[in-house]
Design a binder for this molecule. Structure first.
Ligand SMILES: [Cu+2]
Length: 105
């Protein structure tokens, strides 16, 4: 039996979904767990707060602009990196917290 177009598209979508990676960056001691990381387009980055106080992770970059809002210990939020380029990540509460994510094609 020949596969239908719909089933081929579904399989392709499932394969693409399976390939998307998830990266974790924690915030601890008023610092990001890494200063620099590389991810692929379609990957997500999960920002976990491991400090006993709130952080507010955001980026104003053209590549990916986002604001995760303020959230406390043990909580996490994810961002999907959908375009190639550099993403400067900061914390609105702690100006010294900075990291760069390179999103590769
Ligand atoms: Cu912070």
């Amino acid at each position: 039996m020949r596969p239908t177009l719909a089933s081929v598209l579904l399989l392709a979508a499932a394969a693409a979904y399976a390939q998307a990676g998830e990266h974790v960056v924690s915030q601890k001691g008023k610092a990001f767990s890494t200063q620099k990381m590389a991810v692929k387009v379609g990957d997500s980055v999960k920002f976990v707060n491991d400090d006993p106080f709130a952080h507010n992770v955001f980026s104003l970059s053209d590549t990916k602009s986002f604001d995760l809002g303020s959230y406390g210990q043990g909580l996490a939020k994810s961002v999907v990196m959908d375009k190639p380029g550099l993403v400067d990540v900061e914390c609105a509460v702690h100006p010294d917290m900075k990291m760069v994510i390179e999103v590769r094609k």
